[in-house]
Design a protein around this ligand. Structure first.
Ligand SMILES: Cc1ncc(COP(=O)(O)O)c(C=O)c1O
Length: 342
């Protein structure tokens, strides 16, 4: 049976070039700083994001955790959107492991925070209150339809952060999707951030890995926290080799995923029972609402036909990625049309 797996861009497999690079990678012990392939990946990532230094971590969740812990002390607070992945989907790690509490402010439909909400959320210097250590943005914002925040958006929040003397961390799990969608260099989107985490293992198709970038002192502190949470690795070049290929070959390709997402969104918009605004879908995450009570049954039928994704609630998400072709989108639309026709 033909399978079109639209559950997430995390289901991607490494490209043949990545597999070859992994096979051939020069290795060393990274805890001694001696893995030449990882050192090359970290240098490349820092340069690409316009920062002094970078550190490799196992996942986006670990990247955000280590980033927050490197900014905040126990008892501190961070400000973030109520739909932020760090707040909703990372098991409360910064609170549980770092004693850092979350102060949420609303995300608008595009995932942006209102700078005035952020300013109002920063605590005064009062011993009754937690200290505010950082504000976090997410770009692209997953739960807000994969919307891309612009350089102006980032600048508006960083201005508040500078004024109030707190750090700006960006969960840039999909920062390269934002960069490609906005036709802006990722370094421009990262410019105002004190730290940024991006994932190699989503649209960039690596099997494992994320990277934190920032200035040299901050990354040194992040390395200490990575050690504490058990994230130091040894001959990690075997994974890092894929990351180098990803940064060299997989970034511009994201435009194909965005074009496929748009085609999918436009097709879904024509199917009765589906509510979607294709104009609000600039990247690779396609969210839509099923306006039928039998959505669970519709979901089951689509999975039986090999179309994976959505389900859980009547708000479904289909994600385009490396390995999903235009013909897969045609197949998906054909299957959805047939299933929804009954
Ligand atoms: C916006 C965002 N941040 C962070 C993560 C966490 O990444 P990981 O699954 O590698 O821990 C995800 C994963 O989907 C994400 O969508």
């Amino acid at each position: 049976m033909r399978v079109v797996d639209l559950r997430s861009d995390t289901v991607t497999h490494p490209s043949p070039e990545m597999r070859m690079a992994m096979y051939e990678a020069e290795l060393g012990d990274d805890v001694y700083g001696e893995d030449p392939t990882l050192n090359a990946l970290e240098a490349k990532a820092a340069e690409r994001l316009g920062k002094e230094a970078a550190v490799f971590v196992a996942s986006g969740t670990m990247g955000n955790l280590v980033s927050v812990l490197a900014h905040a002390q126990r008892g501190d607070e961070i400000i973030l959107g109520s739909k932020a992945h760090i707040f909703r989907s990372e098991a409360g790690g910064a609170s549980a492991l770092g004693g850092v509490s979350f102060h949420t402010v609303p995300n608008d439909d595009r995932g942006m925070l209102d700078p005035e909400d952020v300013r109002a959320a920063v605590r005064p210097n009062d011993p009754h209150m937690p200290r505010t250590a950082a504000v976090c943005l997410e770009n692209t914002q997953n739960a807000c339809g994969g919307a891309a925040l612009t350089q102006d958006d980032m600048q508006a929040i960083s201005a508040v952060a500078r004024e109030t003397n707190i750090a700006l961390h960006v969960d840039g799990a999909r920062i390269f999707n934002a960069a490609v969608a906005l036709e802006a260099p990722a370094s421009e989107l990262a410019r105002d951030a004190d730290s940024l985490t991006f994932c190699l293992s989503k649209g960039l198709s690596c099997p494992i890995g994320s990277i934190i970038v920032g200035d040299a002192d901050y990354i040194q502190e992040a390395r200490r926290w990575r050690k504490m949470v058990g994230g130091s690795m040894r001959q990690v070049g075997v994974i890092a080799a894929a990351g180098i290929v990803a940064l060299d070959t997989m970034v511009e390709r994201l435009a194909e995923d965005h074009a496929n997402a748009r085609k999918l969104a436009e097709g879904l918009a024509e199917i009765p029972g589906i509510d979607i605004d294709p104009d609000s879908l600039p990247t690779n995450l396609v969210f839509f609402e099923i306006q039928r009570d039998d959505w669970q049954d519709l979901h089951r039928q689509l999975v039986e036909r090999g179309v994976k994704g959505g389900g859980g609630t009547s708000r479904w998400r289909y994600v385009t990625h490396y390995g999903i072709t235009e013909s897969d989108i045609d197949y998906t639309l054909e299957q959805v049309r047939e299933v929804f026709a009954v």
